[in-house]
Design a protein around this ligand. Structure first.
Ligand code: GLN
Length: 471
């Protein structure tokens, strides 16, 4: 079932939101223990919300749709942990704007999804609440950091979910699990109520089974919010309107830097095949160059940890969540609470970030990284003068085995080599499933567009989805 079909059924009275919810809740009861896609469930709250929705006579875009939200977004009265021990038991004092918009549109939020701790990771394995499993093959990672948001949609536990993407955390897990994931233009969706990782890169976006469903969710969550100072004050659009217009006359760019060394052969084949099919369907194909791509991972791993080290300074054992019992005085309490509350990957990022921002190193690392960031942005500006969309793989490999890269941070960081540039530039990107590799694992294709070109991206993605559903 899709969001569209289910919302229509509920709006026309064929099934009630409450009956529909019951089915999904029992599905989750069966699969949660195996997948570990949720950190917490709010079943009673969801049942009450469904009853409320059943009393509304108007049609709503997400009427009665079972939904999940990554556990770094606030939902008043429910726990928000960010996958960390340091926020265990922390209750959200208010609701994030994007989440509030979902509920106003009729969505039923069932629970908060598992994630890499503070959204740092590409495999789901840094969560303090245990790893999420990939529903396609439970011996493999679902990708990260929005691991549970991707897995829950793939497993049919919910019909849609929200994730956050700082360097690929929506698109990469979407690729690993075989669902659609969209990182909107920076500022298109309010970040109010999203726990900050790297504020200049973070963006909330949807996961869904189909491109159209992702567009329906974007319609709901996008829009200006005075509570987020980086929110864009632009007119609302209907992202579903042009979705079926096809690719006739559209120009797709293939970046040479994304097709070379390190990319698995089967993914390269899928991308090449897809490009050929697009051409047959009337699209024009051009080679483009994004020459600064090779610096993207290095730049990101200065900028993101620098911002994280500042954002995570607030967890002092006093104001939020976990407090150590092993300290006798205040400074020791700060230190012990952070030592015991944060996991190893988060500590690594705080250390890198603090170092990069410290006196004497700030110019050499942080300022330099910001300059390279501008060059990466200019690569896109040049490319989008020539092409409508850039088509590439989402990640260099399909889902790897749990544990395979856990002790090799550099290999883990390279999972995001094709997704990070988008965040550095602030442009939108979408991953959609494009067949499988020889082991039957989902392959993700990424479409990137210029600022606020979500309509074009969704239109291109819908066309590619059509190609794969035909064959
Ligand atoms: N995997 C990247 C990281 O670990 C990206 C994470 C994200 O987008 N939140 O930082």
């Amino acid at each position: 079932m899709t969001i569209k079909e289910t919302a229509d059924k509920i709006s026309s009275g064929k099934i009630s939101a409450s009956e529909n919810l019951k089915k999904y809740l029992s599905g989750i009861d069966e699969s949660q223990a195996q997948l570990n896609s949720f950190i917490s469930l709010s079943k009673e709250r969801a049942i009450k919300k469904a009853e409320e929705v059943d009393k509304i006579s108007a049609d709503l875009p997400l009427k009665g749709i079972p939904f999940a939200v990554k556990d770094n977004m606030m939902l008043e009265g429910t726990q928000t942990t960010c996958g960390s021990k340091i926020l265990k038991g922390y209750t959200s004092p208010y609701t994030a704007t994007a989440v509030e918009k979902l509920e106003r549109a009729g969505a039923i939020i069932i629970g908060k999804t598992n994630m890499d701790e503070f959204a740092m990771g590409s495999s789901g394995e840094t969560s303090a609440y245990g790893p999420t499993k990939n529903p396609v093959d439970i011996t493999r990672i679902p990708g990260g950091s929005s691991s549970g948001s991707a897995a829950s949609v793939k497993a049919g536990q919910v019909l849609g979910s929200l994730g956050s993407d700082t360097g690929g955390s929506i698109r990469q897990p979407a690729a690993m699990c075989g669902v659609v994931g969209l990182k909107p233009t920076y500022g298109l969706v309010s970040r109010y109520g999203l726990v900050a990782f790297a504020s200049s890169l973070d963006q909330i976006g949807p996961f869904a089974a189909t491109v159209e469903d992702a567009a329906i969710i974007l319609n709901v969550i996008s829009g200006y919010d005075p509570k987020d100072s980086t929110s864009l004050d632009i007119a609302k659009k209907d992202y579903t309107k042009d979705i079926n217009k096809g690719v006739e006359g559209m120009v797709f760019g293939v970046p040479e830097e994304y097709m070379g060394e390190g990319l698995s052969d089967s993914i390269r084949e899928r991308v090449t095949e897809t490009v050929k099919e697009l051409e047959k369907n009337g699209a024009k194909i051009k080679r483009v160059s994004l020459p600064h791509t090779k610096y993207a991972v290095a730049t990101y791993y200065i900028v993101a940890p620098a911002e994280a080290s500042a954002n995570l300074a607030r967890y002092d054992g006093v104001k939020y969540g976990y407090r150590s019992d092993n300290a006798d005085e205040l400074i020791e309490e700060y230190i012990k609470s952070r030592q015991e509350g944060f996991g190893p990957e988060v500590k690594r990022r705080i250390r890198i970030g603090t170092y990069a921002l410290s006196a004497g190193y700030y110019e050499a690392y942080y300022v330099k990284a910001q300059k390279v960031r501008t060059l990466i942005k200019q690569d896109y500006e040049k490319a989008f003068k020539e092409v409508d969309l850039i088509i590439s793989p989402t990640s260099p490999t399909t889902a790897f085995k749990l544990g395979e890269k856990f002790n090799d941070p550099l290999q883990m960081y390279l999972s995001d080599i094709y997704t990070i540039s988008c965040n550095l530039a602030g442009v939108p990107g979408l991953s959609l499933p494009a067949g499988t590799d020889s082991a039957g694992l989902p392959v993700g294709i990424q479409l990137t567009g210029d600022y606020l070109s979500e309509e074009k991206i969704l239109r291109g993605a819908r066309a590619i989805e059509g190609l794969y559903n035909k064959s």
